[in-house]
Write a protein that binds this ligand. Structure first.
Ligand SMILES: Nc1ncnc2c1ncn2[C@@H]1O[C@H](COP(=O)(O)OP(=O)(O)OP(=O)(O)O)[C@@H](O)[C@H]1O
Length: 278
């Protein structure tokens, strides 16, 4: 049912003329949405949104509370499928392939498009097992030595190896909040994702832990495409190359981050970035 609604509406919706700025990219789109709508029951949370996420860029989603940032983010790896009353229509593509095609294996999709949540949520297992779990269930390794290699590389890339290499068999939940979030990033990296979705990844962290994650996001962009939802405009300005401003389910404006923060086109964007509302 969802698939039929999805493809039907992909044809119905043209590109919205109302989005200011430059919501699409020329030639390096990793993820594309066209005419995207998301409903919770009768309520429409995302309204005819079309945008591209450029490869090896950090794209920030900003906007006032309840504007639909997380809803749109979750539509990109079909996390909304897990919410019964949620219905998604429109065209969503990863490297040109239809994310909502009925042939898509959602587990594989979520390995390609990983997610890091607001609150660090390590499994109640050792640090090693937290990172090893994904590669094991996805059958990515044949030998223990390969698994060791993946765990070490992922922890290294997540900037955590130095702090934990002598205690890999201790519980992940025993780490500090910032370390736990880097462990969750290592866990996402371990299954070789192409895109990492981050839903307010620093909101539970202190400024020092936040600075570490922000540095890490910048480093990760070399190997991954990143989309981050953030309440902090300073954070969006620091970490992203492109920014999308949502308001009441609409994509009001999107463009390169510097333009959005210094010279936005739309009055609503100007009002939000200058703190007049939100
Ligand atoms: N599971 C759900 N069931 C029903 N409505 C929902 C659900 N999740 C979100 N909504 C509604 O959809 C709208 C968009 O919510 P969403 O969480 O995507 O916004 P947001 O911009 O990420 O907000 P915040 O910044 O506060 O996290 C809101 O009106 C919210 O109440």
């Amino acid at each position: 049912m969802k698939d039929e609604q999805h493809s039907e509406s992909a044809q119905e919706h043209a590109y919205p003329e109302t989005t200011a700025g430059k919501p699409t990219v020329e030639d390096n789109a990793k993820v594309s949405a066209r005419g995207a709508n998301v409903y919770y029951g009768e309520k429409q949370a995302i309204k005819n949104v079309s945008l591209d996420v450029g490869a090896h860029e950090v794209t920030a989603f900003i906007g006032p509370s309840g504007c639909g940032k997380s809803t749109f983010l979750r539509a990109l790896n079909r996390m909304n499928d897990t919410i019964d009353i949620c219905r998604v229509t429109g065209d969503f593509r990863l490297d040109g392939e239809d994310i909502y095609d009925r042939k898509v294996d959602v587990v594989q999709l979520r390995a390609r498009v990983g997610m890091v949540f607001q609150k660090p949520n390590p499994f109640p297992k050792s640090i090693f097992e937290n990172v090893a779990y994904g590669p094991r269930i996805h059958g990515l390794v044949a030998h223990k030595s390969e698994l060791d290699e993946i765990v070490h590389t992922s922890l290294e890339r997540a900037g955590l190896l130095g702090e934990v290499k002598d205690r890999l068999d201790t519980p992940g939940t025993g780490l500090s909040g910032g370390q736990q979030q880097r462990l969750c990033i290592a866990r996402a990296i371990a299954v070789s994702p192409e895109v990492i979705l981050m839903d307010e990844p620093c909101s539970a962290l202190d400024p020092i832990a936040t600075a570490k994650i922000e540095e890490l996001i910048d480093e990760l962009r070399e190997n991954y495409t990143i989309v981050i939802v953030t309440h902090s405009m300073q954070q969006a300005a620091r970490v992203s190359q492109r920014t999308a401003f949502f308001h009441l389910g609409n994509l009001v404006e999107m463009g390169d981050t510097e333009t959005i923060f210094t010279n936005p086109e739309h009055k609503l964007t100007q009002g939000y970035i200058t703190g007049r509302f939100g």
